[in-house]
Write a protein that binds this ligand. Sequence first.
Ligand code: ADE
Length: 343
Amino acid sequence: MRERIVAPTAYSLEEEKIMVSLRPTRLAEYIGQAKVVEKLAVSLAAAKGRGEAHEHVLFYGPPGLGKTTLAHIIANELGTKLVCSSGPSLQRTGDLMGILTNLGEGDVFFIDEIHRLSPAVEEFLYPAMEDFKIDFVVDKGAFARIINMPLKRFTLIGATTRAGMLSAPLRGRFGIFHHIDFYPVDELARVIRRSAGLLAIKITDDACGELARRSRGTPRIANRLLRRVRDYSQVKGSGEIDLAAVNGALEMEGIDALGLDSLDRKFLLTMINFYSGGPVGIEALAATLNEETDTLEEMVEPFLLTIGFLQRTRRGRMVGKAAYRHLGLSRDDANNYPQERLL
Ligand code: ADE
């Protein structure tokens, strides 16, 4: 996929470094997700009070909303070590064995994109999560034996964009589930205000609000846009970010009033133009757009679904009424849309 300024995942190591510097390290600093924060405060205090490892936690929700940040906060609050990995990078059971056997009492092991674990690695994780032991086979054939190795009691934190893609046995081994949802505009404005403070950026209140409205409910996107608007304002404006700087910078980036970019618009317009607004299957759409279905499902659809621009029905995806209005179209325009405006 080409780089999108509104991609909810970090797209470079450099950006990851900046994001890390903006990340809250304590629960008290974390803005938004009030219910999750409240429940975490209780489970953390309880585990600490009992001197036990915290229960295994699964965070699920769209990318860029702070699942990794929360894992860091949990380890910080517990005063234990955090080891980070991800489903796609844990290829072999040997890798996992190395990590698990090195965990200390109460340490936190974070697996991002946990729905992408291979079946063998996932199965290896079951006894580790449940009984804090690992089983591995030594020798071969008639001499094969299972060796049982105890582990320290650790906390597994899993993050996934799709809880539905987790197998039932893996899901069943988590004790606590937290859904992380898109941030409302006022909370996102507070995130932007905090980041601006940390980066010594001056920004007016209305600019902060406008940026929040156009960051599709995602702190990572808000922080990225904040840096783009800072550049714009430094070069073309006064240095302080005002509404004009936000509008100018986002127009240059092709981001509209609701935070949609060209891929979002192309996605909706393709449904309208080629498939009469739906219902259409995601595979057909992906083929027409020349994108991966995973990209569309994880990076494009979640926000469009939340704002009612897209509906998922059993027969396929459909464009919502609000999307037609936003694009300045009516449902009669379906299939009659001029091809050149798709580009
Ligand atoms: N930076 C990114 N996400 C944040 C959040 N939820 N609270 C505070 N700062 C953040």
